[in-house]
Design a protein around this ligand. Structure first.
Ligand SMILES: Nc1ncnc2c1ncn2[C@@H]1O[C@H](COP(=O)(O)OP(=O)(O)OP(=O)(O)O)[C@@H](O)[C@H]1O
Length: 238
């Protein structure tokens, strides 16, 4: 039997009574780099936010290693959409990345030398060392995305959720990010990415979920990412 670490069963989510996800069943094995693709408004962000307990579903169950999210939150990292954050907030790159340690630290414990070292290590991994003291309001879109990624890396989680990490970044940053995601997978981590670019799915990912309010396919890219399934997914619903 395959080792599914994330399970979503009979999930239905609605905003003001209008369903946006309908009867979703999803099982994700450990060690996959998975894309969630589908047209605008398909419910991709809603799906991962619901899995992360940020939205309450109308019905359904979600489990990580057989447990509810609250029990496993330290092992789950989330990189939200860049646009969903107030980048004018007066703080610098180092402090934002250090926030990724607080789950391990507990809110009232002061960071130790090791936390600071791990923070600098993550900043270096994403190529932002020279910007460590820079205010986040002064970063480019690609740099902001790198900071977010560093914050998730420093958490040292088992599962990483990312909402459109390539949005508005240049080709070099995209390459750097996908390199880091592939490294995570090589280290046995599971990475779930909301992704927009169909062209790069086979190159970047080994698993895919096709979503348009319902699941139109889920599994290994070579089995599921077929022309027919893609066509079904991108038929607009009303
Ligand atoms: N807070 C909200 N209140 C009401 N409706 C919402 C809310 N957030 C999203 N929606 C609606 O739910 C549907 C799914 O949105 P969601 O953001 O999950 O889609 P998506 O697939 O991530 O879209 P995109 O690719 O455009 O980012 C859309 O029709 C959207 O307008």
């Amino acid at each position: 039997m395959e080792d599914y670490i994330i399970k979503v069963e009979d999930l239905t989510v609605a905003y003001e009574k209008k369903p946006v996800l309908w009867d979703i069943d999803l099982e994700i094995p450990s060690g996959t780099l998975m894309a969630i693709v589908g047209p605008n408004g398909a419910g991709k962000s809603t799906l991962i936010k619901t899995m992360l307990n940020l939205i309450k579903p109308v019905a359904g169950r979600i489990s990580f290693w057989g447990n509810p999210y609250e029990k496993e939150l330290k092992r789950i990292a989330y990189v939200p959409q860049r646009g969903s954050v107030d980048w004018d907030f007066p703080t610098n790159v180092f402090d934002v990345v250090m926030m990724g340690r607080y789950g391990n630290l507990g809110w009232f414990k002061r960071p130790e030398k090791i936390d600071k070292e791990l923070t600098m290590e993550a900043i270096e991994k994403v190529g932002m060392t020279e910007f460590a003291k820079r205010q986040i309001s002064q970063l480019s879109g690609g740099q902001q995305q790198r900071v977010f990624l560093a914050r998730a890396l420093v958490q040292d989680a088992e599962i990483y959720f990312m909402d459109e990490p390539f949005q508005g970044v240049d080709a070099k940053t995209e390459e750097a990010i996908i390199g880091l995601l592939k490294d995570l997978r090589s280290n046995g981590k599971t990475v779930v990415v909301v992704h927009h670019d169909l062209q790069t799915v086979p190159k970047y990912f080994d698993w895919v979920t096709l979503l348009n309010m319902q699941i139109l396919g889920v599994g290994p890219v070579e089995d599921v990412f077929t022309d027919e399934n893609i066509r079904k997914t991108y038929i607009t619903r009303n």
